[in-house]
Ligand binder design. Structure first.
Ligand SMILES: NC(=O)c1ccc[n+]([C@@H]2O[C@H](COP(=O)([O-])OP(=O)(O)OC[C@H]3O[C@@H](n4cnc5c(N)ncnc54)[C@H](OP(=O)(O)O)[C@@H]3O)[C@@H](O)[C@H]2O)c1
Length: 263
């Protein structure tokens, strides 16, 4: 199926590996022009080199630490100078520290919000004017199932991402008149370096093999397994596509059925 996004300009942040990388890869497979960023210059250039081998266009890459507003400003300047506009913005970020509320310090909150919330506002604001001019745009916020079903020690993620859920719904109403569709994707447990690290540290804390933790998590999921980054990327690409032209203000959970509520 042709998803109708050939030649569209896509920016994916936090994309040197994991979900961001797979989203960039899926967009390239659809013939989109892709820009990616992450903190490490070495990682992001390596990722761009690998991705460029598979797509029709060379991938544009630049390092940017999302927690630094000067980096975010520079990233947006560079991408907009290079392409002139962004058609599809995928706001993905690094994952925050996990801790219970009582153990979370004001510095932890600041680091979490500076990385997960503030840059998302800035990037979104920068892409809107051209999308409005072009009467076409897609903004997708990568959040988490934890906004629907909070999990132990996930307070920073749930709190920051719930604010983004509110932003997503608000913007979908505000921008619909310009054919800019705004949605959020809620990944469930997906086997990336981040979930490997979390699983390893839980295993260490409980002094059990990693497989025990992995199996416990898989058991909570009706499909009985972690998702893959490719599976998340496929859903994001569909939402960004022309085929999803009547979907805005939605929250798409991609979680193997893990969320327990009916809607
Ligand atoms: N995997 C899951 O099960 C899951 C489920 C729900 C939600 N999520 C969320 O989805 C996001 C991506 O997760 P993932 O599993 O893909 O993680 P990952 O495999 O660890 O990849 C994280 C990516 O973020 C980049 N990054 C980290 N901090 C950054 C910062 N301050 N500024 C810019 N880039 C940064 C990293 O590159 P550099 O090191 O080069 O910066 C890397 O490319 C996270 O927010 C995570 O919490 C993940």
């Amino acid at each position: 199926m042709d998803l109708g996004i050939k030649g569209k300009v896509v920016l994916v942040t936090a994309a040197s590996k994991g979900l961001g990388y797979s989203i960039a890869e899926a967009m390239l497979a659809e013939g989109a022009k892709v820009a990616i960023s992450s903190r490490s210059e070495e990682n992001i250039n390596k990722a761009a080199e690998q991705l460029s081998q598979s797509g029709k266009y060379e991938v544009f890459s630049t390092p940017a630490d999302l927690s630094k507003s000067t980096d975010v400003d520079r990233l947006m300047d560079q991408v907009l100078n290079h392409f002139g506009h962004v058609d599809i913005l995928i706001c993905n970020t690094g994952g925050p520290k996990t801790s219970d509320f009582v153990d979370t310090t004001s510095e932890d909150w600041k680091i979490g919000l500076d990385m997960m919330l503030i840059p998302v506002l800035n990037m979104t604001q920068r892409v809107i004017p051209k999308m409005q001019e072009n009467k076409w745009g897609r903004i997708i916020f990568m959040t988490s199932t934890w906004v629907k079903q909070p999990r132990k020690s996930g307070v920073i993620s749930t709190m920051a991402r719930s604010a983004i859920s509110g932003l997503s719904k608000h913007l979908s109403n505000e921008l619909a008149k310009d054919n800019i569709l705004v949605n959020q994707v809620l990944p469930g447990p997906t086997w990336t370096d981040r979930s490997k690290n979390i699983t390893n540290s839980l295993a260490e804390k409980r002094n059990v093999p990693v497989e025990v933790i992995k199996d416990e998590i898989a058991e909570e999921i009706p499909l009985r397994r972690y998702g893959t980054a490719e599976e998340i990327a496929n859903s994001v690409t569909f939402l960004a596509s022309e085929k999803a032209s009547f979907i805005t203000g939605a929250s798409l959970q991609v979680d193997g059925g893990q969320i327990k509520s009916t809607v």
